[in-house]
Design a binder for this molecule. Structure first.
Ligand SMILES: [Zn+2]
Length: 336
């Protein structure tokens, strides 16, 4: 369900004819959260409420609104009422609802029986708005010992599958609907010879795996490399508070995902370990896991809040206590 390949939306997509009123938009914004399944249900309900479309007479060059999601059905209906010219649209995802910004010099819409349209509106509505993600693996360190080990013990195909399965796992862990995710169409993994022994690094949608790190692993390289890929892939998809979140928390969340995927590094501290909540990596990951155990979905909610900014007060908002109190309780219960 996560990765059904979806063709690019075809023009004409005159979906923007259906502008629902603010009340509906707000109700939907309240409901439209959580996992994909819930979104599907909510959208069906929301659209049923929109029993008629609003007439639109727009002279402005840009119209923005919340729209019925069944592009194909709306387009079909519009063509029946004689509106079938191609309209360029850009899809914008916000964390609470999908919006369409439509550029159109002038248009006048008739009132449309949206109930009919929306009875057809189900899952495809969502998938038409999000492209499938492509995953690529390339080896730019061919001939080095680390690269040879990568090819033998991990492999390009397995690397690709892991990028895919890690992404699916991360979206589930973050409880993100498709339109809540970052708009990334392609993620690349490149095996490189990097200076030093760092395992990997990630910049936007590109992960670099250090061939030297692979070379120096003891035992089978596959499991630790998989763990590293879950961590790095989390960096691709997680929100970083628009650059304001502390690095230790970013790393802690990435290792929390790795922990939940059962790829924890055996060298990490045990639960309760560490001196401060923002010790980063395994220390912070264990702490987040403790909080997530108290409140299921805590990390998903925290990540969601980190989309546009960061405040330590997020812990208070989600857990009712500040992060230092929570750390003290964690140490009292789990620390040694
Ligand atoms: Zn990291």
């Amino acid at each position: 369900m996560e990765q059904v390949p979806v063709p690019a939306p075809e023009m004409p997509l005159a979906a923007a004819a259906v502008v629902r009123n603010e009340t509906i938009a707000k109700e939907e914004a309240e409901e439209y959260r959580g996992v994909d399944r819930a979104v599907q249900r909510t959208w069906t309900i929301s659209c049923r409420r929109a029993s008629t479309a609003t007439s639109v007479a727009a002279a402005a060059s840009v119209i923005q609104g919340v729209f019925c999601r069944d592009m194909a059905a709306v387009s079909n209906l519009l063509s029946q009422v004689g509106f079938n010219r191609p309209i360029p649209i850009n899809l914008l995802a916000s964390d609470t609802r999908m919006m369409i910004r439509m550029q159109q010099s002038k248009m006048i819409m008739k009132t449309l029986p949206i109930l009919t349209i929306c009875s057809l509106m189900v899952w495809t509505a969502i998938t038409t708005q999000v492209q499938a993600v492509e995953f690529e693996v390339t080896n730019e360190a061919v001939g080095t010992p680390g690269s040879t080990r990568f090819e033998k013990e991990v492999g390009i195909d397995y690397g690709k599958q892991t990028l895919q399965s890690a992404s699916t796992f991360i979206w589930q862990t973050f409880k993100q609907a498709k339109n809540e995710r970052k708009n990334i169409q392609r993620v690349r993994l490149i095996v490189r010879s990097m200076s030093g022994n760092a395992a990997a690094s990630t910049s936007n949608d590109e992960i670099s795996l250090n061939a030297n790190f692979v070379e120096n692993l003891s035992g089978d390289a596959k499991v630790p490399v998989t763990g590293v890929l879950y961590h790095e892939m989390t960096h691709v998809w997680q929100w970083n508070g628009n650059g304001q979140a502390p690095g230790a928390l970013i790393e802690g969340i990435a290792d929390f995902v790795r922990l939940k995927a059962n790829y924890a590094d055996p060298n990490w501290v045990q639960p309760g370990g560490g001196d401060k909540w923002d010790g980063g990596y395994g220390v912070t990951a264990r702490f987040l896991d403790y909080l997530n155990g108290i409140k299921d979905g805590f990390v998903a909610d925290l990540n969601r809040k980190m989309k546009d900014g960061y405040s330590e007060n997020f812990f208070v908002e989600l857990m009712g206590k500040n992060v230092n109190q929570l750390w003290t309780e964690y140490k009292a219960q789990c620390g040694g």
